[in-house]
Design a binder for this molecule. Structure first.
Ligand code: HEC
Length: 189
């Protein structure tokens, strides 16, 4: 009898563990989605403003300066690590780690399977260096605007600027609807 009780207690503890984890993942994903939204809106706003003011050449530097600055500010405000990554990188500072690379690859497979890139996300609780960590990624679709700097046919002036700033640039040749990369967020729990 004792054994059965113990087994039940263990089973319940395990079950509750998973239930709590599932709840955490849902709740934290909501938070993650909100952070991604502010990041995206702020960056896209500044990008469009800079494009209107001085064309894509001017906007290249805005992207270079503002993208990392916005992640830092958002990180400080929210306590999350906030960044962008891709399988085809412009800035090597955005190189994916092992988990991020696997997720990016799975996003490509999901897209090939017909899933909508706009809604694609992945959330998990992982142990990172012994610390339980919530990790969240959201795919970034390529829009028309992005082709100015990530398309296959970039204006010569923009091309020259990009080559000067990013000699190892691989983030070219994208088409509308392609997965340009992903937002990647994490939070220790
Ligand atoms: C005016 C040029 C320009 C436009 C337009 C532009 N980008 Fe970029 N993009 C850049 C630059 C410059 C970087 C490198 C930023 C850095 O140094 O962190 C970059 C980096 C990125 C990265 C980070 C990964 C990497 O390759 O280093 C992603 C993701 C990205 N862009 C997505 C987009 C999307 C999506 C759009 C359209 C909504 C877009 N970009 C439009 C210039 C541009």
């Amino acid at each position: 009898m004792k054994k059965i009780l113990l087994a039940t207690a263990v089973a319940l503890a395990c079950l509750c563990g998973t239930l709590y984890a599932a709840e955490d993942v849902t709740q934290l994903s909501l938070e993650g989605r909100k952070i991604v939204k502010s990041f995206f809106e702020e960056l896209k706003g500044e990008l469009s403003k800079a494009m209107k003011a001085g064309g894509p050449v001017n906007a290249v530097e805005v992207c270079q300066m503002r993208a990392p600055a916005i992640s830092i500010t958002l990180g400080e405000k929210t306590g999350w690590r906030v960044a962008r990554t891709s399988l085809k990188l412009r800035n090597p500072a955005n190189t994916p780690d092992f988990w991020e690379r696997q997720v990016l690859k799975s996003f490509e497979a999901r897209k090939a399977g017909g899933e909508d890139v706009k809604k694609m996300e992945q959330a998990e609780i992982l142990s990172v260096d012994g610390q339980r960590t919530f990790r969240y990624m959201k795919a970034i679709p390529t829009a028309e605007l992005c082709l100015n700097c990530h398309g296959g046919n970039v204006e010569p002036e923009v091309d020259a600027k990009l080559k000067e700033l990013y000699p190892y640039d691989k983030a070219r040749g994208f088409k509308v609807g392609d997965i340009r990369g992903a937002f990647t967020l994490s939070k220790p729990m």
